[in-house]
Design a protein around this ligand. Structure first.
Ligand code: SF4
Length: 359
């Protein structure tokens, strides 16, 4: 554990883990009662009209004795007037600041929550404000669950998904992110279907392989962004540790093991990674793998000089990608007006966002 907390936080448990935890401390709690404890703590919104099934006082005491229940504090929430993305700035008990974003889905009244997995990030991607912060620490599973709950409890509708695409590289904090995803997908936790929980990685090969071996049913997205080795190393410094051929092999293994398409993300930068060379290399590396490609516009409010591709450039790139015969989807990266978009999370209050994101 990273923070001074010998007693684990209740929000980080599944019901089975809670019964095991209490049994190991000499308290026998039936699984059904552990489920009720966690339903009260996590799955039921404060405004829920669902019946709250009672828990015996002795069980509540055992839970209070052997777990703790701290939550992240909401420091600020700002809504983008253009697209209704809502960015939350959250504070952990040790003072660490992190962010989450409520994202409206196409289906009216439904939302997904973009969660951070770390405070800052060690990956240093050239186009990302979080990367410039460096890594402060990993978030624990309960902190991610608490962030989810803070956003979900205020959502003006149903939260039906969660994406680990906020601050941090999720696979650099593998165990805690997988544990958070387990809790989020539990009926007594976040109640999110596994396939609606997305974990995004910049391409940490050993962790992609581990994830494949372990057979998790959450969705995985590998951010490729360039298939030209030298360019990718410049944009994603982690590529210096994991050559593209290894990343491609790991994606291939993942797709084969699941028997379905692997999704790769491509942060599109005007005049940089939309050329014929990219398509040719992508074809060479991955033409035998069933893929889905998500194109995401780079966000421009940063000092690094990256610019969004024009509509013409983007559509020409999409046309070129047709040779791969795979679905290519342009993903909307919203919340730009409030620095809530991909690559813009820098743990700042709204009024500070411009200055800090530009340091
Ligand atoms: Fe980290 Fe993701 Fe930003 Fe890269 S894009 S620096 S992995 S938060």
């Amino acid at each position: 554990m990273n923070v001074v907390d010998k007693v684990p936080n209740l929000l980080g448990f599944t019901p089975e883990q809670l019964t095991d935890h209490l049994t190991a401390r000499g308290v026998d709690v039936p699984l059904d009662e552990a489920r009720r404890v966690l339903a009260h703590a996590i799955s039921l919104r404060p405004d829920s009209t669902e019946r709250r099934r009672p828990v015996r006082a002795s069980v509540l005491k055992a839970v209070a004795d052997h777990t703790r229940l701290e939550r992240l504090e909401v420091v600020e929430r700002v809504t983008d007037p253009v697209d209704n993305f809502c960015k939350y700035l959250l504070r952990s008990p040790d003072g660490a600041l992190t962010e989450a974003v409520r994202i409206p889905l196409h289906k009216e009244g439904c939302f997904t929550v973009c969660l951070s997995s770390q405070v800052g990030c060690a990956m240093g991607c050239a186009f990302c404000a979080t990367g410039r912060l460096g890594l402060t620490r990993n978030l624990q599973a309960w902190e991610m669950v608490s962030a989810f709950k803070a956003v979900r409890d205020e959502a003006p509708g149903r939260v039906t998904g969660a994406v680990f695409m906020g601050q941090g590289e999720p696979f650099h904090n593998y165990d805690e992110v997988i544990q958070a995803a387990r809790v989020l997908s539990n009926p007594c936790g976040g109640r999110i279907r596994m396939e609606n929980i997305t974990i995004s990685t910049v391409g940490l090969v050993p962790q992609i392989r581990r994830y494949t071996r372990e057979g998790h049913r959450f969705r995985l997205i590998v951010s490729l962004t360039s298939a030209v080795a030298e360019r990718r190393r410049t944009l994603l410094p982690v590529a210096g540790r994991f050559p593209l051929t290894e990343v491609a092999d790991a994606i291939r293994e993942y797709a084969l093991s699941r028997g379905e398409r692997a999704t790769v993300a491509w942060v599109v930068m005007g005049g940089l990674n939309t050329g014929d060379d990219e398509v040719a290399e992508l074809k060479r590396l991955l033409s035998d793998v069933p893929l889905r490609i998500n194109l995401i516009d780079v966000n421009e409010s940063r000092p690094d000089g990256f610019v969004r591709a024009s509509d013409e450039e983007l559509s020409a790139f999409r046309d070129r990608l047709q040779v791969l015969g795979v679905p290519v989807v342009r993903r909307y990266s919203g919340g730009r007006e409030r620095h809530a978009a991909c690559g813009m999370l820098a743990a700042t209050r709204f009024g500070e966002a411009n200055s800090t994101a530009r340091t």
